[in-house]
Design a protein around this ligand. Structure first.
Ligand SMILES: [Zn+2]
Length: 136
């Protein structure tokens, strides 16, 4: 189900809680909503659809990579980036890392650990920030 985009900065500034299997429907709604905004959006966190759970979805070609309870366990190569966000207007400068390693649960709640680099790594960092109540 496509959900409306949350733009309330006070809501978005709150840290999200760990997701459980009971949040499986949130994963589907998040992917549906991300797919509906593909023209202007490359990733989304669950609090952007009004659910304070640690779930993110990132565009990976025609697919959506979903991560439940993602944690960055290693990072390397800091740089300055400029990003926009569907929940905000305009772009802002931020610090990102070129290479990251993320530990997370996949959409079937199986544990994964994966390295990402470049653009996809940047999007993942942006969305994990959302889970922590950090908006660029
Ligand atoms: Zn954002």
């Amino acid at each position: 189900m496509i959900r409306p985009i949350m733009k309330d900065v006070l809501f978005l500034s709150q840290s999200s809680e760990e997701a459980t299997r009971e949040d499986a429907a949130v994963i589907r709604d998040l992917v549906d909503t991300l797919n509906a905004h593909r023209d202007g959006c490359v990733g989304m966190a669950a609090n952007m659809i009004g659910v304070r759970r640690r779930i993110i979805a990132v565009c990976l070609g025609p697919m959506a990579l979903t991560m439940v309870n993602p944690v960055i366990v290693a990072k390397r190569g800091e740089y300055e980036a400029e990003e926009g966000c569907l929940s905000l207007t305009g772009v802002r400068k931020c610090r990102r890392f070129r290479d990251i390693e993320v530990s997370y649960l996949d959409a079937s709640f199986l544990p994964r650990r994966q390295k990402y680099t470049g653009w996809i790594a940047q999007i993942i960092q942006h969305e994990i920030d959302h889970c922590n109540g950090v908006i660029i």
